[in-house]
Design a protein around this ligand. Structure first.
Ligand code: PMP
Length: 377
């Protein structure tokens, strides 16, 4: 039985060093950072240090880092925070049809409350309709939220261009869900708000941050003791915050080597999978090399996933958050694929630390599964 994990866009294995930093902070700095006695002050110093470290890697100011429980919370806070804060003048928002449910469901709720939302199109190459963005912006638009990298296909949306268009044609705040970009792409593009999760980069589940540039005012969604600059009340989880700083340091410092390894893996997958007749490759060549999506023309993704899982190879049918729901992938369908491709998609996702030999095993096992499934038909 193999043990080959290729589902890193869902979550990653936590780095040992991250766990060590979590444990050390839990034991040595257990006091509440808001307490004003000596132990509390020491905890607060460590919290400030963790925030500073993260700020350095994102090249932002210390007070622009807001700790959250992950991208879902960050996306909710960014979107609701902007829309409620500016509801007196700007009840319009723009996003894309390919966003994660933690963005789309928030917008759906806002629509029910009387806000209006435009959903941008994109095509099979992952090309976002920028003309539509430009034409949808007006003086009532208070938020544009566009993901940096799509979690099912790896599509890279042009954040810098979207930001520039947004600022040129409106006074809207620009938010990006960068969950699949942080630790995988250098974050050079401009933004006002950026959310991500720690557990996608070797961090602990339940850790994350929202980067909020100075000058952006959000309506807080959790009220209480006023922690995190009044934006996220509740006793700080110092161990999680410290562990996030460690995960950021480790993943940012290893970015180049992981990237060059994953590019080799991606090239190998393109050349070998395109030779298999039943395979239709979904991820275009210009997508993130950390996500590789393909469909099998005649077999349900869930059936192939299960067959591989029985052999100790772990892939995903689409985003883990929606893979238990029946039906097709809306992300793939909205790109212009038919229901069959959208229902049969399989996603491989990498940290960049994978061994090419394991990827070769995956390809051989996939071929073998396909032979067996063909006979069973
Ligand atoms: N956005 C994207 C693009 C994601 O891939 C995910 C995780 N699948 C999320 C948001 C939500 O992250 P979390 O579940 O860690 O809150």
């Amino acid at each position: 039985m193999h043990n080959i994990y290729l589902d890193n866009a869902s979550t990653t294995k936590t780095y040992t060093e991250v766990l060590e930093s979590f444990t050390k902070a839990s034991i040595d700095y257990f006091a509440n950072p808001a307490s004003t006695h000596k132990l509390g002050l020491l905890s607060d110093e460590l919290l400030t240090k963790a925030r500073k470290q993260i700020a350095k890697y994102f090249q932002v100011k210390d007070n622009e880092v807001i700790f959250t429980s992950g991208a879902t919370e960050g996306n909710n806070l960014a979107i609701k925070g902007v829309m409620y804060q500016n509801s007196s003048w700007g009840k319009k928002a723009i996003t894309t049809k390919g966003e994660h449910p933690s963005v789309l469901k928030v917008f759906e709720e806002l629509e029910q409350e009387g806000f209006s939302v435009t959903y941008l199109d994109y095509d099979k190459e992952g090309k976002l309709d920028l003309e539509q963005l430009k034409n949808s912006l007006d003086d009532k638009t208070s938020l544009v939220s566009i993901m940096a990298i799509n979690n099912e296909t790896g599509y890279i949306f042009p954040i810098e261009e979207c930001y520039k268009i947004t600022k040129r044609y409106s006074k809207a705040i620009f938010h990006t869900d960068a969950t699949q970009a942080v630790g995988k792409e250098p974050i050079f593009f401009p933004y006002d708000l950026l959310s991500f999760s720690g557990h996608k980069i070797g961090g602990i589940k339940g850790s994350g941050a929202l980067i909020k540039k100075s000058g952006v005012t959000l309506k807080s969604q959790i009220l209480g003791g006023g922690q995190e600059f009044n934006l996220r009340s509740g006793t700080s989880s110092l161990p999680l915050d410290v562990s996030l700083a460690t995960a950021i340091r480790l993943s940012f410092n290893s970015l180049e080597s992981r990237r060059s390894n994953v590019l080799k893996i991606r090239d190998y997958l393109y050349s070998t999978l395109s030779e298999i007749e039943e395979v239709e490759i979904i991820s275009p060549k210009n997508s993130s090399p950390f996500i590789f999506s393909f469909a099998l023309k005649e077999h349900k993704g869930s059936v192939v996933m299960e067959a591989l899982s029985n052999r100790g190879i772990y892939v995903s049918t689409r985003s883990a958050c929606s893979s238990r729901e029946k039906g097709y992938s809306y992300v793939i369908k909205n790109a212009g694929y038919d229901d069959i491709v959208a229902s049969n998609a399989i996603r491989l996702s990498f940290t960049g630390n994978e061994d090419l030999e394991d990827i070769k095993i995956f390809v051989n096992e996939l071929k073998d599964c396909l032979q067996i499934l063909k006979k069973e038909r």
